[in-house]
Design a protein around this ligand. Sequence first.
Ligand code: SF4
Ligand code: SF4
Length: 519
Amino acid sequence: MLDKTQVERLEAEAVNSAKIRQPLYAARKKIFPKRASGNFRRFKWLVMAITLGIYYLTPWLRWDRGPFAPDQAVLLDVANRRFYFFFIEIWPQEFFYVAGLLVMAGVGLFLITSTVGRAWCGYACPQTVWVDLFLVVERAIEGDRNARMKLDAGPWTARKLMLRVSKHTIWLVIGAATGGAWIFYFADAPTLLGELFTGTAAAVAYITVAVLTATTYTFGGLMREQVCTYMCPWPRIQAAMLDESSLTVTYNDWRGEPRSRHAKKVQAAGQSVGDCVDCNACVAVCPMGIDIRDGQQLECITCALCIDACDGVMDKLGKERGLISYATLSDYNTNMMLATAGGSNSVNPPLVRTADGLFSDKLAHFHLRKIFRPRTYVYMGIWSLIGLGLLYSLLTRDRLELNVLHDRNPQFVTLSDGSIRNGYTVKLLNMIPEPRTLVVTMQGLEGAEMVVVGDDIPAGRSFAIPVEPDRLKMLKVFVRQPADQIRAPAQTFKFRVEDRASFESNEYTATFNAPEAPR
Ligand code: SF4
Ligand code: SF4
């Protein structure tokens, strides 16, 4: 029977501990993570609720863009080649905004990793979030760690069959909901939902849902930590991102070692003992099945659940929290030097404490200012510059574009009255979801007039033309100049397009070609 200052030892062994390193492609050992509770677990619940909420609910948000554009707040309209994001509408030629955002996301990931290690992996990566969600279902149906281990090891009974069928059915439903939510980003969500259930949606919608259901179920339910360990490149890349000032989840062996299950006996024998009571609580909660006491490992996603578990143990023992904590390598090294008398001994816990048993003032502690160092300033600078550049470009971008192509063959035609005619393809791009009447004018090219082919607009130097919302209008325009007005074989002039209601305008400088010596 344990007294209240004793901690039960859990039968938990790391799947890939320092003592028994398994080969890279060993058969999977099942992991049954115990439910953790504490500040980091609560924070993870919050992040999970926010990220899943954003993913599942965003396609259902509406945004009024008037009668000529879809009212879905976030929509990738592949058919019409548009991306809508609330009040922003991105055309294909503006895809650099998306590229810019991806670059910002990449630099942001560098910034986060160099400051707080693999926080992305531990809290916000879809794999982590969905595995957490699948584990919630598993625990609700099969119970916590011990119950699940017992069930797994036990024979197949009607109860086991029922529990397993229920679990896998709910996992599949989550997978289908995940795939379903994804396709809603590509079409009007309420309409597509109706079509899905009435069997009238496009085949590609059903195929996408099926593929994403299978991948979510397999990655989140069956493969779990295997995806992070074997499939994801990020653990390999992150090593280059970290430095001695990056925060990582660390077992502070300068206060934990020598670990012992029998601290009182060891102390009575005159030997020093660390704070770790070797209870394995940190191993039992680890979703990756590792033992953080073995040091930094590729498998560790820094989810910090071992911190919660160990803090609970320290609370129970009446010791300071933080035996496992977020720490920087430089702080850890400083404290290790203190605990080992400059590296000359093995860890001797009394060296980090005062005679009263309190921690020594010489111990290094993390301070926020350590986050702000040249490297992080550089990342923040790059990130902000790209963001400001994109914002400026977005706020000042044209919503009315004009493009002109001169006919290549023939370059000009000499008409029966001796005047010269050039042909142009004029492209008017109305990039707002409202119809507009645009006025096209010629500037320069004395005496010249233009006619729009196939339209009954009278010849002149200006004409007005309606353009549909969010559309490109292409016009074939002939420009004719009398022979006696021609000044050179190649004269430049301007096409100008104007929306007189909004005062937006755009210009294009074109060339008018004529023979060397017009007749
Ligand atoms: S060792 Fe700790 S931080 Fe790392 S994955 Fe396991 S529980 Fe999470
Ligand atoms: S580090 Fe903490 S949780 Fe892990 S075995 Fe030691 S005392 Fe237990």
